[in-house]
Structure formats: C-alpha cells, structure tokens
Design a protein around this ligand. Structure first.
Ligand SMILES: Nc1ncnc2c1ncn2[C@@H]1O[C@H](COP(=O)(O)OP(=O)(O)O)[C@@H](O)[C@H]1O
Ligand SMILES: [Mg+2]
Length: 251
C-alpha cells in the first residue's frame, strides 16, 4: 500500500487552546481509516488541516509526497480537487433543490458549465446513492438519512480521490447509520477512493475500517489495524472502547 497522505508533527493552537499537539499519521491509498476519540479532541480540525482549509502552526501535510504549504495556488487548487468532504451536519443549501446542491461543486470547483453535462453528472450521482429522480426535491422534503446520502453524493460529484466524512451517521438511528456505513464501504470498494472518517459509531469503525486511529487531546495515542487497537493497553483507549460497546448492547 502506498502512502497517499502524510501528516508530520502537525500542531495547531487557537490562542491558548492547543488542539493538535504534534500529530504524525499516514493514510494509505485506497484504505478506510476511522478517527475516533472524545468530542473536542481535534478530529475536525485535523480534517481541515489535511484539506488546507486551516494552516497548521507547525508541521507538514504531504499529499502524494508534496508539501501543501509549498505548493503554488494552482497546484494547491488541484490537490483540493482531489478531496471530497461530507460535512458533519449534511450542510445542504436549503434554498436549492437536490439537483442544484449536487451541481454546486461541479460549477464552483470544476467550472463545469454545460447544462447537459451537469444534468448527467447529477443523475449519475443520484443513481449511485440509489435515490434516482429526486433532483427537484428540496432538502426540507427529505428524511435525515436521505439528506446524508445527498451530502455524500455532492462530495463525490467532483470525482475526488479521497473522501473525508465528518460523523456521517450522527443523528441517525442504528439502522439508517448502518446504510450510511455501507455506503462508505461502497465508496471505497466500488469507486476505489481513500476514505477517512470521523465517527462516534465505534463498533462500525472497527467493522468497516482497515485502520483505526485514536486521538486524545490532540495526540494519537493508538493506531493500527482494528484488532490491534482493540487490544490496546492504553487505559483511555480501553475505557472508551469498552463503554461504546456496552452502550450499544441491546440497542
Ligand atoms: N476555528 C476555531 N477557532 C477556535 N477554536 C476552534 C476552532 N475550530 C475548533 N476549535 C476548538 O478546537 C477544539 C477541537 O475542535 P474539533 O476539532 O472540532 O473537535 P472534534 O474532535 O470534536 O471534532 C474545540 O475545543 C473547538 O472548540
Ligand atoms: Mg468534530
């Protein structure tokens, strides 16, 4: 497996709040990695640094071996086009219908202008998430699970190489959560994308991931294959995992 993204000694503070404290991580091409850990521990900030949306105070982000910080504007824009980002709350534009939502990054990021091309790509994405023909619906007319899927379709529309999912199952019941986790796996297996997700669904993280990374107070305290992280003897990791499995029993 070749390394697609590498984070070296990444640090980021907001004022006195040291959110990331020297994170070293690498993500292999075409793998599924889950980032887990308590709320407020820097997971979303890590995503934003990876996409070049937040500039780290120290350290480097390498994409295909290239340091984002050293790229000129055009090359950085190209790297950004390799990333799709499915937001924590699906963040669809409420005033736009589904078709316009999915077309938005096609216009803004790819500069796609031809109506037919836009229409075809939107239809292709809706077919792929198994919601064909809902172009004219408004986000408010969709269920929570459908909105999440449309958010993922929008992130996929530009055909990125990496898809970042920030809590894709939050707010969904377990059954709907499962359909979204299955969708993550399809993105990885059928489209061959590198998938990195932040999730609170710990059993799912262990089930669908090639690698699990545990972040605690801005540091990586456990990482590796699910079976390895599951056996971690780090107290914090053990308690977190035990609690998440016991709280889902019988649910
Ligand atoms: N732009 C920002 N300005 C100031 N503080 C921020 C900013 N973004 C995140 N933070 C703070 O950084 C910490 C980590 O946030 P985040 O990465 O969102 O946590 P999580 O692990 O829950 O995703 C939180 O305390 C959050 O309030
Ligand atoms: Mg977050």
């Amino acid at each position: 497996m070749s390394t697609l993204i590498e984070l070296q000694e990444l640090s980021k503070a907001f004022g006195d709040l040291h959110v990331l404290r020297g994170v070293d991580l690498s993500f292999a091409d075409r793998e599924v990695t889950s980032l887990i850990g308590q709320s407020g521990t820097g997971k979303s900030v890590l995503f934003k640094c990876m996409m070049g949306l937040i500039e780290p105070d120290q350290g480097r982000v390498l994409y295909e071996g290239k340091d984002l910080h050293e790229l000129d504007e055009d090359s950085l824009a190209e790297v950004r086009r390799s990333f799709g980002y499915a937001f924590q709350d699906d963040a669809l534009f409420d005033s736009m219908n589904v078709g316009e939502n999915i077309a938005f990054p096609l216009r803004e990021v790819l500069g796609m202008r031809k109506r037919r091309q836009l229409r075809e790509r939107v239809a292709e994405m809706l077919d792929w998430i198994e919601l064909p023909g809902i172009e004219k619906k408004l986000p408010s007319e969709l269920s929570g699970g459908m909105r999440k899927r449309v958010g993922i379709a929008r992130a996929l529309a530009i055909k990125p190489k990496v898809l970042l999912f920030d809590e894709p199952t939050s707010g969904l019941d377990p059954v709907l959560g499962q359909t979204i986790n299955d969708l993550v796996l399809r993105v990885n297996k059928e489209l061959g994308l590198t998938c990195i997700l932040i999730t609170h669904d710990i059993p799912a993280a262990f089930r669908i991931s090639d690698r699990v990374v545990f972040l605690h107070e801005g540091e990586v305290i456990a990482q590796g294959a699910p079976a390895k992280v599951m056996r971690s003897d780090h107290d914090m990791v053990r308690r977190f995992i035990e609690n998440s499995f016991s709280s889902t029993e019988g649910a």
